[in-house]
Design a protein around this ligand. Structure first.
Ligand code: F3S
Length: 67
């Protein structure tokens, strides 16, 4: 499988914080309380946590994209 990277759509993100609560090693929060992607490429070990964050974001702002 090709590598994939997390992406947050800044126009959709409303700062609900589920991403960095559920996967703090993969996401961080910026000065305005919005999620940022701290780990660019997602390895196999991080895939499950990334998928949980994607599923729980109320704004559907998070995606995994091929790199
Ligand atoms: Fe934003 Fe969704 Fe995280 S709204 S802060 S990407 S849970």
């Amino acid at each position: 499988m090709s590598d994939r990277a997390l992406h947050i759509d800044e126009d959709r993100c409303q700062g609900h914080a589920m991403c960095f609560v559920l996967a703090p090693g993969l996401f961080e929060v910026d000065d305005e309380g919005r999620g940022t992607v701290s780990g660019t490429v997602i390895g196999h070990d991080d895939e499950a946590r990334a998928q949980v964050a994607i599923a729980r974001c109320p704004e559907r702002a998070i995606s995994l994209r091929p790199v």
